[in-house]
Design a protein around this ligand. Sequence first.
Ligand SMILES: O=C(O)c1ccccc1NCC(=O)[C@H](O)[C@H](O)COP(=O)(O)O
Length: 219
Amino acid sequence: MTLDIKICGLTSDDTLLAALNEGASHIGFIFFPKSPRHIEPAAAGMLRQHAVGRAKVVAVTVNADDDALDAIVKSVSPEILQLHGNETPERVRAVKQRYGLPVMKAFSISEAADLDQVEPFSHVADRLLFDAKPPKGSQLPGGNGVSFDWRLLAALDRDVDYMLSGGLNAANIGDALHLSNPPGIDISSGVERAPGIKDAALIAQFFKAVRSAQETSAT
Ligand SMILES: O=C(O)c1ccccc1NCC(=O)[C@H](O)[C@H](O)COP(=O)(O)O
């Protein structure tokens, strides 16, 4: 099975192209003003042109209302909406209906019991994203560069479609893949040289580490 790889929080042409050239399957834009990765819908709409036919465009939002989502969908034409707040199953269903787009619902994980929140979403979200619980004091629900115990995901049913995220980087992706064998992975701060500033060399290093881990597991 091909591993999906999402590079999230892109804001510049050069790093977006670096992600695409390395083979990213998904690129994420963050629409959350408190984030150092926040991008205005019009700017994301320009950048997304590079991804046509190459990668799926994911719009990441946090408890966004219909007006905010309308503006994002209109300017960016995302292929997936990532809901990274406290959205309920009913809200996920309503968003899917309103836009006719697949929804990836994010969950904060720090212990096994956190996976209990997933069940009510299992028939409504198209894909799940497991991220680490934000550290105390963080204003960001994601993009914090912290990991959780990937072994917790072993308890999931085999058919659960998800992306693993939270604190991934070139140094730990081999262990993460080995321990959880996820269908997809998602990285943001692990390919940044400063908060919100992606780095093409770090993106290349990350993909190299993924390929190396995949080769090792195939032998
Ligand atoms: O990245 C952000 O700034 C962000 C802000 C608000 C909501 C979600 C956000 N990121 C969502 C993602 O999908 C990140 O890729 C994910 O949280 C992993 O981030 P990191 O731990 O930095 O790799």
